[in-house]
Design a protein around this ligand. Structure first.
Ligand code: PAF
Length: 284
């Protein structure tokens, strides 16, 4: 496993792998602080691709002014040691100025999808995500890129970008990995104190209730949203920010659920920590 810090070297290695050795490349983009969720993406990449590259880059462009960019956990040594058992071929860990050199001024903005739900709560977030992912795709030109379903809106934004800008990378989505309590694995769980962490399992319970109601025939989006809202509000430590019941691909809010795949998504605060999660209904 080699750690690469320079963009030019990363692109020259992947060019060689593709052109001279005819290898398929899988990219797992991360911001580090690796957990089981990331490892499940890496395992799938290992199964599907000849070469696995994990990028580790805490992307300043996707954090708002009052968000946790400065405090976001960064520990390349511990991330690297977590990866030793996973036959990762390369870690791409560029410094900020490699991705955003002086004078950088080109951003990717996926209209509409970027402004709803998380995008409304975190203006500019998806512009930062789409921009860095497109730089990673252009640098590495992966055949496949792996993302976790926990960030359901991120997947919708990236898939739209890939289609619109004709990237030749296939997006592979993997199920959310959860702790025993149902809490979705996230690097931000590290900010929760033990009481908050326990309380945060209410998110999974609420999404599960929505799934069960859907299975029992509930097709009214407001009704499903209230089921989620009531459950989350029953937990005194939880402060619900939003519940969305939307088309999973276009993120258009729904009234009545028909045969589309539906994303029920939430953002909830526990103390200073903001968590997101989602459930997919009627997955095709
Ligand atoms: O999901 C993440 O960790 C980040 O948003 C990503 C895709 C690595 C872009 O910085």
């Amino acid at each position: 496993m080699e750690i690469i810090h320079r963009r030019q070297r990363m692109s020259s290695i992947s060019r060689k792998l593709r052109r001279e050795q005819d290898k398929t490349i899988g990219l797992v983009p991360t911001m580090g602080a690796l957990h089981e969720g990331h490892l499940s993406l890496i395992r799938e990449a290992r199964q599907m691709c000849d070469v696995v590259i994990v990028s580790i880059f805490v992307n300043p462009a996707q954090f708002g002014k009052n968000e946790d960019f400065d405090n976001y956990p960064r520990d390349l040594t511990s991330d690297t040691s977590r990866l030793t058992d996973y036959s990762v071929d390369y870690i791409f860990a560029p410094p900020v100025e490699e991705i955003y050199p002086d004078g950088f001024s080109t951003y990717i903005y996926v209209e509409n999808l970027s402004d709803l739900l998380e995008g409304a709560a975190r203006p500019g977030h998806f512009r930062g995500v789409a921009t860095v992912v497109s730089i990673l795709f252009n640098t590495i030109r992966p055949d496949f890129a792996f993302f976790g379903q926990k960030d359901g809106q991120q997947i919708a934004v990236i898939k739209r970008m890939v289609k619109d800008l004709a990237f030749e990378t296939e997006i592979v989505t993997m199920a959310t990995v959860r702790e025993e309590t149902g809490l979705a694995m996230s690097s931000r769980n590290a900010y929760l104190n033990p009481r908050e962490k326990q309380a945060a399992s209410v998110i999974y319970q609420a999404l599960r209730e929505a799934k069960l109601a859907y299975r029992d025939g509930v097709r009214d989006a407001d009704r499903l949203a209230s089921i989620v809202t009531d459950k989350i509000n029953s937990e005194p430590l939880a402060r619900l920010e939003y519940v969305g019941v939307t088309d999973a691909e276009t993120l258009t809010p729904l009234n009545r659920l028909n045969d589309e795949t539906v994303l029920v998504s939430v953002a909830v605060r526990f103390g200073q920590t903001r968590l997101i999660d989602n459930a997919t209904l009627n997955k095709k």
